[in-house]
Write a protein that binds this ligand. Structure first.
Ligand code: COA
Length: 184
């Protein structure tokens, strides 16, 4: 594991609530906190993220995820807040290489922290890392009625391409179309 790399991608942001959110890459030592994060989520939130009603976030599931993490092609960032002296994971953003030069991105933010710009912040951080690793853009797959997620992607990537299929929307986003050039 590249500790310098992990250090480089640590960040901190002040939330609308005034709380401080620290963001860093997920580490193997986060396994229990990572599984607890998912157990605390509402069924609906889990469904929006995974498109299925996962009830057990097993060690095997966590370890399968870890096995894929290489901190370059596949990376997960976690957002942590302090709660009574302990740091608690309240958000996760991941990208995983999906095709050449492109990675699939996904997020989940605990319900009581939604609407404070956390997914948007994680998206920016993931984009910075993805660019450093030679990616040109992201893909995503979102349930068609997931207005919040679609809004975040539309806002960050005005040039996003969308394809509707069976209740889901596939998105293709290019980093270089982030700020569209005005046509006169
Ligand atoms: C989707 C999700 C990750 C967004 O996280 P978040 O931290 O709340 O996102 P942000 O606060 O950065 O941005 C949310 C934006 O959506 C907007 N929004 C929220 N609900 C909305 C709705 N019903 N319709 C339109 N826009 C909506 C917010 O106003 C905000 O926009 P703004 O920044 O212009 O004010 C979070 O809601 C979540 O975890 N959902 C469940 C899991 C999920 O859907 N994952 C996506 C799978 S890829």
């Amino acid at each position: 594991m590249d500790l310098l790399f992990i250090e480089k991608y640590k960040s901190r942001v002040k939330l609308k609530s005034g709380q401080s959110l620290s963001v860093r890459p997920l580490l193997p030592s986060d396994e229990i906190a990572y599984r607890n994060f998912f157990y605390k989520l509402k069924e609906e939130t889990v469904y929006l993220r995974f498109f299925s009603k996962i009830k057990v976030f097993s060690r095997q599931m966590a370890q399968a995820h870890w096995a894929e993490l290489d901190y370059r092609k596949n990376i997960t960032l976690i957002g942590l807040v302090r709660n009574k002296g302990n740091k608690e994971i309240i958000a996760i953003g991941t990208y995983m290489e999906s095709e050449e030069n492109r990675a699939e991105v996904a997020f989940v933010v605990r319900e009581d922290f939604q609407g404070q710009g956390i997914a948007s912040f994680l998206l920016n951080q993931l984009e910075t890392i993805a660019k450093d690793n030679g990616f040109q853009g992201f893909t995503a797959c979102v349930l068609a009625d997931n207005k919040a997620m679609l809004h975040v992607f539309n806002k960050h990537y005005p040039g996003v391409q969308k394809k509707y299929e069976n209740g889901t929307i596939s998105l293709v986003m290019d980093f270089n179309t982030k700020a569209p050039i005005e046509q006169f």
